[in-house]
Ligand binder design. Sequence first.
Ligand code: SER
Length: 319
Amino acid sequence: MKTHKILLTGAGGQIGIELTARLREKYGRDAVLATDVQVSPVLEADGPFELLNVTDGAALEALFARFKPTQVYHLASLLSATSERKPQLAWEVNVNGLLLVLEACKVHRARLFWPSSIAVFGPNTPRIMTPQRTVIDPSTIYGIGKLTGERWCAYYKAKHGLDVRSLRYPGLISYAAFPGGGTTDYAVDIFFQAVQQGTYTCYLGPDTALPMMYMDDAIRGTLELMEAPVDALKTEEGYNFAALSFTPAELARAIQAQMPGFAMDYRLDERQAIADSWPASIDDREARSEWGWKPKFDLPAIVSTMLEGVSRKLAAEAR
Ligand code: SER
């Protein structure tokens, strides 16, 4: 079996915490180097961890030269709402950071995973069952960065033969680590508020449908894409990647079915405009046919797993 050496950036984020744990289980703790711009006690406790700012090209190159990764998961980025508040920093981290990682992966012949997003789409994209290839006119800085990143990845693949793979993640639902600064975060916050106080004030309107996915599905899909034979992958940009779509009102009803006293009200903020520019549902037939993608978690399964997981997490923190 080929020996893997796996490097993650942004490993302390919502995806990184769970992906690092899964990769360490699979390939052994010493084969997986987790990095983040902030110290993460969870990651440090479970295996090698280093501080890394992905906009520091010299530090990045030194780390590649020392660790010699065969695979890189470049997750460091600012999410959509934070990017609107700090556009220059978002560009520096989300796009210029990616360019440094692409160049290092080219030099060291490492396979790269880079997350794109449903945010790559914009107001003129067909909103229902958005196809893989369509009008792509993102109106947020985060989305413009994702479109730019997808084109840079495709360029490195065509020009330098870099093996770079990418998914357009929908909103991801999990309880191990908070997303923070995203537009789809309500679908995580709601469970913490439901367990702690039985109510939630939602910043998106009741009928705002968005594509969503449970984290276990997202991690499994990410690993399946990274393990797929290179010849099977015909799509050069980030793959549309879907599980289910729901509105805040539908999520509240699904929680009420398992927690009858739960109540939700609404106070919209600037994230509504971001959500309105994104698809309501995604057609991911290329992912399904090219590398066999299939989600497992439906809404009732997500709700029961989250209510149980959040309760356990909060109880452990209170001890
Ligand atoms: N979930 C992300 C966000 O809301 C989109 O990729 O910013």
